[in-house]
Design a protein around this ligand. Structure first.
Ligand SMILES: *[C@@H]1O[C@H](CO)[C@@H](O)[C@H](O)[C@H]1NC(C)=O
Ligand SMILES: [Zn+2]
Length: 588
C-alpha cells in the first residue's frame, strides 16, 4: 500500500489474535496458515475501498521537503588542487576575455541549417561547417593533439579522450554546431549584427551565441583547460557534436548515434549531457531544470479526395468544405491534458511546493496533498494550468499548421489536405494520438460518405463511397516520448549532476547550500538526444545558463540572440566540475 493513501487511523488492519503460549500442537502451523490467508483476504478486499478513498478524500499534507529531495553540492576531491586552481583562473578578467573570444569566433562562422538542405557535398549551404572545423582545430591545439577525432557523415564530430581505466563507462557530452538561419529581413532589427560575435562588455552577440555554440565552445574550452593543466582522465570522455539539430538531426545526430552505438554498444555510457533546460527563477526560488524526458511528436496528414467537376453544379460539400468541418471538429475535441503522478511535470510541481517561497499557499497545500488525493491533484492541476505554457507541456498538444487544396476558382477541388502537429505527453504514445484521430474523424467520415483509411489500415472497409479520407504520418518521422531518466535516490548519474550543478552555482557566489534546487523537469521541443536513447538510460538535457537573470534578452531562435559572458564562464566551470566529478565517481 502506498504511504499516505489512507488517513491515519482510518482503517485498522486485523492483528493476529494473541494467544497464551501453549505447548507445540500439531495444529499450530495450520492455524498460522489460516491466519495469513485471513489477513491476505482482508487486505485484498480493503484495497478497492482504499482506492475509492483516493478519489474524494482531501488527502493529508506531507512535509514539503520530502517532495523534492536534494543532493548535496559535490566538488572534486581527488583533483581538488586542480579544481581550485582552475576556479581561480575562471574568476580572472583575462579568462573572461579568452572565453568571449572563443565564443565570438565560433559565432562568426554562419553554420546555418535549413529545412530544405540538399545532400552534403552538393548543397553549398553545408560549406561553412568546413571553416568551423578549421576554427576548432586552430583554437583548441591541446584537444587536437591529444584526443582522437573521428568525422562522421562528413561534418559530425566525435572526440575521444581516452581514460586510463577501460572498465569505467565513458561520460558523453554533446552539443550541436549548427544554428537557426537568420531571416535576412530581420538583419536591421539586430542591435549588433547576427554573425558579428561582438562583445559589448557584457554580452556576446549573434546567432548561436546561446543555442548552441555556447554549449559546444563551453565543453571544448573546459577540456582544453584541463589538458593545459595536465589532467589525464581515468574515465574516458566522448564529445559528439551534430550539425543539423535545428532541422531534426536527420544527417548529423542520426549518423552520430549509429556510429556511437556500433563503436561503444548499447548502454555503454555512464551518462549523457546535452543542451536543454536552464536555470530560472520561479515563484521566488532559483531552479536548475535538467530535462529528464522529451515529448513525442507526430505530424498527422489529413487528406481528402473526391470527384472534381465544374463548379456550376456543385455538391453540398466540396472536399475543402468537408476538410474544414473535420478540422473544426478536431480542434474542438482535443486530447485532454491531465497532470499525473509519476511524470516529470508532476515532479516539477512537487519541487515548486518544496522550494519556491512565493508559491501561493493554497497551491502549495494542494500539491502537498496530491500524492494521496485525486481531488487535491485536480485542484493543483486547475491552478497550474492557468499557466498556458505549463498546461501545454503536460498534455498532448495539437496545432493545425498547414492547409492546402484547390487550384482554380471555377473547378471543384479533387484534393484538400491539412497537417496537424502534435507534441505527445510523456505518459502517452504515438498510438494514442492515432487512436484519437480515428475516433475524432470516424463519424464525420461516415456522414460525408468517405472511405476512411488511417495509418495504413482501412477503417470503413471497401463499400463504395463518395470520396476518401486518409490519415497518415506526414513525413514518416513520428517519435515516441523519450524514456524517462531515473532520478530517484539510487540514480547515481542524476545525483552526480545535481551535486555538480549545486557546487558550480554556489562556489563563486559563496552562497548557502540550498540556494538552488535541482528539479527533474521537462522542456518543450526535441534535441539531438532522440538518436541517443540506446547509448545510456541516463540522458540529461541541461544548459547551465542563468536565463532568469533579468536581462530581458532572450533571442534564442529570433533576433538579438546574445550570451551573457559571466554566465558563459559559469558554463565552462560547470563542464569542468562535471568532468572531474564524473572522473572520480565510483557510483556511475
Ligand atoms: C456513398 O457514395 C457511393 C458512391 O457515390 C454510393 O454508391 C453510395 O450509395 C453512397 N452511400 C451512402 C450511404 O450515401
Ligand atoms: Zn539547440
Amino acid at each position: 500500500m502506498e504511504k499516505g493513501v489512507v488517513p491515519p487511523g482510518a482503517v485498522e488492519l486485523p492483528q493476529p489474535a494473541q494467544s497464551p503460549r501453549r505447548p507445540f500442537s500439531r495444529l499450530a502451523p495450520l492455524r498460522w496458515i489460516l491466519t495469513l490467508v485471513f489477513i491476505s483476504v482482508v487486505c485484498y478486499s480493503v484495497q478497492p475501498v482504499l482506492d475509492s478513498f483516493h478519489g474524494f478524500w482531501d488527502g493529508h499534507e506531507v512535509e514539503a521537503t520530502s517532495l523534492c529531495p536534494q543532493a548535496s553540492a559535490l566538488s572534486p576531491e581527488k583533483n581538488a588542487r586542480l579544481y581550485k586552481a582552475l576556479a581561480e583562473a575562471y574568476k580572472t578578467d583575462g579568462f573572461l576575455l579568452r572565453a568571449v573570444d572563443l565564443l565570438g569566433g565560433a559565432v562568426r562562422i554562419p553554420t546555418e541549417s535549413y529545412d530544405d538542405l540538399g545532400p552534403i557535398g552538393e548543397d553549398p549551404r553545408w560549406e561553412p561547417f568546413g571553416p568551423f572545423h578549421d576554427y576548432l582545430l586552430k583554437v583548441y591545439p591541446q584537444i587536437h593533439a591529444t584526443l582522437k577525432l573521428t568525422k562522421v557523415n562528413t561534418y559530425g564530430l566525435v572526440y575521444l579522450w581516452k581514460g586510463s581505466d577501460d572498465t569505467l563507462k565513458p561520460l558523453l557530452l554533446t552539443a550541436h554546431q549548427d544554428v537557426v538561419p537568420v531571416n535576412p529581413d530581420t538583419y536591421d532589427s539586430w542591435t549588433h549584427p547576427p554573425f558579428s560575435g561582438y562583445f559589448d562588455g557584457k554580452y556576446v552577440w549573434g546567432r548561436g551565441s546561446r543555442d548552441d555554440k555556447s554549449g559546444l565552445i563551453g565543453i571544448m574550452t573546459a577540456v582544453e583547460l584541463l589538458l593545459e593543466r595536465g589532467f589525464q582522465p581515468t574515465r574516458s570522455i566522448v564529445l559528439a557534436f551534430g550539425f543539423d539539430e535545428e532541422v531534426s538531426g536527420r544527417r548529423g545526430a542520426s549518423a552520430l548515434g549509429e556510429y556511437l552505438l556500433s563503436t561503444y554498444g548499447e548502454n555503454a555510457f555512464a551518462m549523457l549531457v546535452d543542451e536543454g533546460g536552464s536555470i530560472s527563477e520561479q515563484y521566488g526560488g532559483t531552479f536548475a531544470l535538467p530535462s529528464i524526458a522529451e515529448k513525442g511528436y507526430i505530424d498527422v496528414r489529413v487528406a481528402l479526395a473526391g470527384p472534381g467537376g465544374h463548379s456550376s453544379v456543385p455538391p453540398v460539400h466540396t472536399t475543402i468544405g468537408m476538410l474544414a468541418e473535420l478540422l473544426v471538429h478536431y480542434e474542438n475535441s482535443p486530447i485532454e491534458a491531465k497532470l499525473s503522478r509519476g511524470t516529470p511535470t508532476y515532479w516539477h510541481a512537487e519541487c515548486l511546493a518544496a522550494h519556491a517561497p512565493e508559491l501561493p499557499s493554497s497551491l502549495r497545500s494542494s500539491i502537498k496533498k496530491a500524492g494521496s488525493s485525486d481531488k487535491a491533484l485536480r485542484a493543483a492541476q486547475n491552478e497550474l494550468f492557468k499557466d498556458h505554457a505549463f498546461k501545454a507541456l503536460v498534455g498532448t498538444t495539437q496545432a493545425i499548421d498547414i492547409i492546402g487544396g484547390g487550384v482554380k476558382s471555377n473547378a471543384l477541388p479533387e484534393n484538400a489536405m491539412a497537417i496537424i502537429n502534435h507534441r505527445i505527453a510523456t505518459d502517452s504514445s504515438v498510438g494514442a494520438v492515432q487512436k484519437h484521430g480515428i475516433a475524432a474523424f470516424r463519424d464525420l467520415a461516415a456522414r460525408f460518405n468517405l472511405s476512411f483509411t488511417a495509418f495504413g489500415s482501412s477503417i470503413t472497409g471497401d463499400a463504395p463511397a463518395y470520396g476518401s479520407l486518409t490519415l497518415s504520418d506526414a513525413w514518416g518521422m513520428a517519435l515516441e516520448p523519450a524514456p524517462v531518466t531515473p532520478t530517484d535516490a539510487d540514480a547515481a548519474p542524476f545525483q552526480l549532476l545535481s551535486g555538480t550543478i549545486k557546487s558550480t552555482f554556489n562556489a563563486h557566489r559563496e552562497l548557502a547550500e540550498d540556494s538552488i534546487a535541482v528539479v527533474p523537469s521537462l522542456v518543450s521541443g526535441n534535441t539531438d538526444t532522440r538518436y541517443y536513447w540506446k547509448l545510456t538510460s541516463h540522458i540529461f538535457r541541461y544548459t547551465h545558463y542563468n536565463a532568469g537573470s533579468g536581462s530581458g534578452l532572450n533571442g534564442v531562435h529570433t533576433v538579438n540572440e546574445a550570451c551573457d559572458a559571466q554566465n558563459f564562464v559559469e558554463m565552462i566551470r560547470f563542464f569542468t566540475t562535471l568532468i572531474l566529478n564524473a572522473d572520480e565517481s565510483t557510483a556511475l
